[in-house]
Design a protein around this ligand. Structure first.
Ligand SMILES: Cc1cc2nc3c(=O)[nH]c(=O)nc-3n(C[C@H](O)[C@H](O)[C@H](O)COP(=O)(O)OP(=O)(O)OC[C@H]3O[C@@H](n4cnc5c(N)ncnc54)[C@H](O)[C@@H]3O)c2cc1C
Length: 468
């Protein structure tokens, strides 16, 4: 199998595809892998391809809270079906991708007189909904145990606390892994290829105009069926864009567990041990309606202060809260009435528009496999009916990780810093620190001196000024 980008572009263009997926986040990557595995299992030829305008996972799928979870907070909105489905998917991913998805222990401190009853009931229900998919049942712990576990955590007003389990994922890297596994099973996929326009060329074929974002070259891809997995870039009124931001700060907690904290407004804020040596804490997230372009999404001063205030409230002795880095991305939620961004449904929607394009939208990273299977069913009913019920992904494990192969898809310094690894978020970068990394990657990719300088400058220019 060759994953060289030029070869992938050749495969995408040389003959008509059966299916072209536009968008290389987790949903696009999931649909690609789903279709490739079906065809391979049934021994049927199905030509499937994917184009992504940036690096794979450069959209929301690489800039989220990195959790594979049932969504404890959705119980408040009685989205029981969503929680049950996500808990099941959590157990599937723990089983088929243990190298990317691992159990994560949470401490849930409860302040105020009614919190024990409220959150205790929620956790009890969470365990019941997980059933045999549970990682472990939750347990209540004493104030003394909390103090031993997290000495810096505010004790004042602490009524009770609980330990419960969810899971964590290397979310950007796992998107790349879905792409790689799809390629290994006969699909083709190219990053830095933008689909700029598409139109019908007869009843059986779409002609998709594409642009290579690295060289400016233009070419066409022909496909029988188009799947739109563009996330926040999808046009139309069906979606509501809600921005979520995270800050990365020097480590605040002492234990290895994450902390889940409910704000009075119903939002849940996670403090997750983070970084290559667990030297940092990832704090998020916010929920803000986003009306600007999906291209430039940054944390606002108000979001920054909101997250810092939560940390100050939980760890009052903690002084240094200036973020090392921040990142923001967009939820594309299926529109339903005028609910608040926090209470808006995280359910998904898969539908054929009148022109016959299949759109995959909403949902959660956790449920991507299930959504991809549903999308795969719909696509196959149209282009390969014999494959419509050939479900493979629930039981097919991912191959062991080979960092070198994942890295081979990098085209830019940012791909290494923010997708292959998360080193980019681990410190404040300057040109001096970036230069050796750019030179090493440039050596591999054949960059000249000016390209190396450009890559460094682009990272510095894209960095959001931080400081709480
Ligand atoms: C702040 C935040 C935190 C979250 N945390 C979690 C969590 O912890 N757990 C969880 O389960 N879910 C979480 N979610 C939800 C989850 O991350 C999203 O549901 C999921 O990543 C959406 O994936 P996607 O593939 O639809 O979109 P994206 O990942 O955004 O992918 C769409 C891709 O399409 C590409 N694209 C757009 N236009 C074109 C074009 N013309 N040509 C080619 N490519 C194109 C984009 O570049 C992009 O990469 C979170 C969401 C947010 C915003």
């Amino acid at each position: 199998m060759s994953i060289a980008r030029q070869e992938q572009i050749r495969n995408l263009t040389e003959a008509r595809l059966d299916v072209l997926v536009v968008g290389g986040g987790i949903n696009g990557a999931g649909v690609l892998r789903d279709l490739a595995l079906r065809a391979q299992h049934a021994g049927q030829e199905l030509r499937v391809g994917l184009v992504e305008q940036g690096h794979f996972a450069s959209g929301t799928s690489g800039k989220n809270s990195q959790l594979i979870h049932g969504g404890l907070r959705y119980l408040k909105y009685l989205q029981i079906h969503l929680v049950r489905e996500a808990l099941h998917e959590r157990s599937v991913l723990l089983r088929i991708a243990p190298q990317f998805v691992q159990p994560l222990k949470f401490l849930l401190p409860m302040y105020g007189s009614t919190s024990r009853l409220l959150y205790g009931t929620g956790l009890w229900l969470y365990d019941r909904l997980a059933g045999s998919d549970a990682i472990a049942q939750h347990r209540m712990i004493s104030r003394g145990e909390v103090a031993g576990m997290e000495p810096g955590l505010r004790q004042d007003g602490l009524n009770a606390a609980a330990i419960f389990w969810d899971a964590a994922v290397q979310s950007a890297r796992f998107v790349v892994e879905n792409i790689l596994d799809a390629i290994a099973h006969g699909a083709c996929a190219a990053n830095y290829v933008k689909a700029t326009a598409w139109q019908r060329e007869g009843p059986e074929t779409w002609r998709v105009a594409c642009e290579d974002a690295l060289t400016g070259e233009r070419f066409e891809i022909h496909a029988r069926k188009l799947v739109d997995a563009r996330g926040a870039w999808m046009d139309g009124q069906a979606l509501r864009l809600v921005r979520g931001s995270h800050i990365v700060i020097p480590r605040v907690s002492s234990g290895g567990q994450a902390i889940a904290h409910f704000e009075p407004d119903g939002r849940i804020v996670f403090l997750i041990p983070w970084g290559s040596e667990n030297q940092l804490t990832l704090v998020g997230t916010t929920d803000e309606d986003h009306h600007a372009s999906p291209e430039r999404v940054h944390i606002s001063a108000a979001e920054l202060e909101y997250l810092a205030a939560v940390v100050r409230k939980l760890f009052p002795e903690r002084r240094d809260l200036a973020p090392v880095s921040t990142f923001s991305s967009l939820r594309s939620l299926v529109r339903a009435g005028g609910s608040s961004p926090t209470s808006a449904s995280r359910g998904h929607k898969i539908w054929n528009s009148r022109d016959g394009i299949l759109h995959v939208a909403g949902g959660k990273y956790t449920t991507y496999r299930r959504m991809s299977e549903e999308a795969g069913d719909q696509v196959c009913r149209e282009v390969a009916p014999a494959l419509a019920q050939v479900h493979q992904t629930e039981h097919r494990p991912f191959a062991r990780v080979d960092r070198e192969i994942g890295g081979a898809m990098e085209q830019r310094l940012s791909d290494y810093l923010f997708v292959s690894t998360y080193l980019g978020y681990e410190r404040r970068w300057d040109a001096e620190a970036l230069a050796p990394l750019a030179e090493a990657l440039g050596h591999k990719l054949g960059w000249d001196e000016s390209r190396v300088r450009q890559e460094v400058d682009d990272i510095i220019e894209a960095a959001v000024p931080v400081g709480a």
